[in-house]
Design a protein around this ligand. Structure first.
Ligand SMILES: [Zn+2]
Length: 681
């Protein structure tokens, strides 16, 4: 451990997901997968630990969503709280409690916390002018106001942030502000709020972070340093809103605590509802508190919440805040509003029983030091080339050979040669290296090292080739498989933090309840001679191209819908005279045959019956239709368009098609079958 303090217990928190939508892979990779790995690891080592999470149920986005759907905010948070709680459970994220900030315990805890600071005079009271919607009769907090970003000119920036350029904004910075409730132009009106004077704590923060916490991850330390170098200002901790925790001051109405003041206190409320010993975890200096968060929450967990805790005075401060960077999806930023995401609840439906595959891929590819990309091809490759080919293959060979040669029993009294002893003796080293990586929040390296034990098993089998020597030297084969089975036993424990479902499955194959972490690589071996193992099945199965194609199609579909929403309908064309129109000979024709124009991507050659004649038309529709589906269809053509030669084919006229914003083409056909040659008037 980088910090030499002798800690007696661990308080692990994972960022509270916002209860206005489902959880996606970006959340998982950034926060929940590493937090769960770390918590499982501490539990396996027998440490005293609580792992805390819950839904963040306050704030403006929830009220906006409720308004959009015409339901109450409570309905929104109830829906997503239970959805996310359920998804986490099914995914094997083992929180000790999954709490919620709308709970009475939390309201009481947060109110008391605010009141303690208020009574001591730790807040600054300030009257300022803020935007007010005269039509709706309310102040416009944060996301209730949009306008043009002064930094990048994005025209849908919010009152607290521009999602285009990432700038943190004040509502009064916006150019041409509008209320998202009524669409009207807001007016400035005086209102009173309470501010946490962060600037008074600069000295404390500089000492605590920049000097005492140099072991924090560079991305976290760096962001804190730049906040501190830039100088801190007082931050409002109250809002004019009717959803949240009412400001606990007499005579103050229509105001609630700012969601970022109340949310981190949610960790305390959750611990209170989990255990009577909650004060041991929060108030004894020999507690090690770790916050797992994404990089967008660094300022709240490293600056604002510590200042709140410091001001209150009786709480511990975090020992580390191992925030991750962002995970992108197929080269593009994950976005809820654009539906550019892999949602956990959908993954669990689409890939039943494959929780560990996603856990594996998200850990192996975690955005630990920089933003990273999730692609479905990589997901498939890591499953097929790593989980199936390395881990699954080794375990399967070891167990199948044991059944084949030793009736499914661990070979007794093995005569290990020097190579075998060397392999057995090295197993404990894998555990030690995994521990060292996890102690320093290097999850990718830790997982790689755990997989290296399976690689060792494969190498040992490949080097010794038991299948070639059984006939001549069955005793030697007994020793080889004894070694393989001890590696399997070690693996079943070593992969537990990362792949808990697989770990349990493997323990079942080995016919043991569970292998203790400390027993990984123990000298006398874990599985005794004559111990009977179960009949193995496959640990992992290959993921076929079809399953990947379905996921890519889903994303492609989101992209199309986004484009349609974004691209405006093409501008109107100038007026034409009736005479211009009447010169166009538009008719109904029937497609007789269709074939692709060779060596082109887009062109199809159509033979048409126009009623007047049979003719050839070349049409750029090959990316939208196959030649086979076209014959027999009635279409509309502009029959008197000047003939043109396209790729050596003379085309007489043009088939009319409608094109939507995504570029999709649709034939303009008569509403019911009609005679060829019917004229369009
Ligand atoms: Zn901007």
């Amino acid at each position: 451990m980088s910090n030499m303090k002798n800690y007696k217990r661990n308080l692990i928190t994972a960022a509270l997901p916002y209860a206005n939508g489902p959880v996606h892979i970006g959340h998982l990779a950034g926060v929940y997968v590493p937090a769960d790995i770390y918590s499982r690891y501490l539990r396996l080592k027998g440490e005293d630990i609580v792992f805390i999470c819950g839904s963040d149920e306050h704030g403006v986005p929830i009220t906006i969503k409720a308004r959009q759907e015409g339901v109450s905010p409570q309905e929104i948070v109830d829906r997503y709280h239970s959805m996310n709680k359920d998804s986490f459970e099914r995914f094997g994220i083992q929180f000790d409690i999954y709490h919620r900030t709308s709970s009475p315990t939390h309201h009481k805890t947060a109110s008391e916390f605010f009141r303690t600071l208020y009574d001591r005079g730790d807040f600054i009271e300030n009257e300022t002018e803020q935007y007010f919607d005269p039509e709706a009769g309310q102040f416009l907090a944060d996301r209730y106001i949009t306008g043009t970003c002064p930094k990048c000119s994005y025209d849908r920036a919010y009152g607290d942030q521009c999602e285009q350029c990432g700038s943190s904004l004040a509502a009064t910075d916006l150019i041409n502000p509008r209320s998202t409730i009524s669409g009207s132009k807001p007016v400035l009106k005086k209102t009173r709020h309470w501010y946490l004077p962060l600037d008074r704590y600069e000295g404390f923060l500089k000492r605590w972070i920049l000097e005492e916490n140099k072991h924090w991850k560079p991305n976290v330390y760096g962001q804190c340093k730049s906040w501190l170098d830039g100088g801190l200002e007082a931050r409002a901790v109250t809002r004019d809103l009717d959803w949240g925790i009412p400001v606990p001051i007499e005579g103050v109405e229509g105001k609630v605590l700012y969601v970022w003041f109340d949310a981190p206190i949610g960790y305390i409320s959750a611990t209170k509802d989990l255990t009577d010993r909650w004060e041991d975890y929060w108030k004894r200096q020999d507690t090690r508190m770790i916050h797992f968060i994404g990089k967008d929450n660094i300022v709240f967990h490293c600056i604002i919440f510590p200042v709140m805790l410091k001001a209150e005075g009786s709480y511990v401060l975090p020992e580390n805040v191992p925030a991750n960077e962002f995970l992108n999806l197929e080269g593009d930023k994950i976005s809820t509003s654009r539906n550019w995401a892999v949602w956990l609840h959908e993954y669990l439906e689409d890939f039943p029983g494959k929780q560990d595959v996603l856990r594996y891929v998200l850990c192996a590819n975690a955005p630990e030091a920089k933003d990273n990309d999730f692609t479905w091809k990589d997901f498939q490759a890591r499953n097929n080339n790593e989980l199936v080919a390395i881990l699954g293959n080794f375990v399967n060979r070891a167990l199948v050979l044991t059944h084949k040669y030793f009736k499914g029993k661990v070979p007794a009294a093995p005569v290990c040669d020097e190579y075998d002893r060397e392999v057995l003796g090295s197993i404990a080293g894998y555990r030690e290296r995994v521990e060292d990586h996890l102690d320093h929040f290097r999850f990718r390296e830790a997982l790689k090292e755990a997989m290296n034990l399976a690689r060792l098993g494969n190498k040992h089998l490949a080097d010794t080739e038991p299948w070639n020597i059984y006939k001549t030297d069955p005793e030697r084969v007994g020793s080889i498989l004894y070694v393989s089975l001890q590696i399997c036993a070690g693996l079943s424990a070593l992969i537990e933090p990362f792949l808990p479902f697989t770990s349990r499955k493997l323990a079942g194959f080995l016919n043991v309840d569970r292998i203790a972490w400390k027993d990984i690589g123990k000298e006398e071996g874990f599985l005794a001679g004559e111990h009977e193992i179960a009949t193995p099945e496959l640990l992992f199965e290959k993921i076929e191209d079809e399953a990947i194609r379905i996921q890519l199609d889903k994303l492609e579909n989101s992209k199309k819908i986004n484009q349609m929403e974004k691209s405006p309908v093409p501008a109107a064309k100038g007026d034409i005279s009736y005479d211009d129109f009447s010169r166009m000979d538009i008719r109904i024709a029937r497609i007789l045959s269709a074939e692709r124009v060779p060596k082109t991507d887009k062109l199809i050659q159509l033979e048409l019956d126009t009623g007047l004649d049979k003719r050839t038309v070349v049409s750029g529709i090959a990316e939208h239709f196959t030649p086979e589906e076209l014959p027999g269809k009635q279409v509309t053509i502009l029959a008197n368009l000047q003939p043109r030669t396209i790729r050596g084919i003379e085309s007489h006229g043009m088939v009319l098609l409608a094109e939507d914003a995504s570029g999709k083409l649709i034939f303009v056909t008569p509403d019911q079958e009609t005679g060829e040659g019917s004229v369009v008037l």
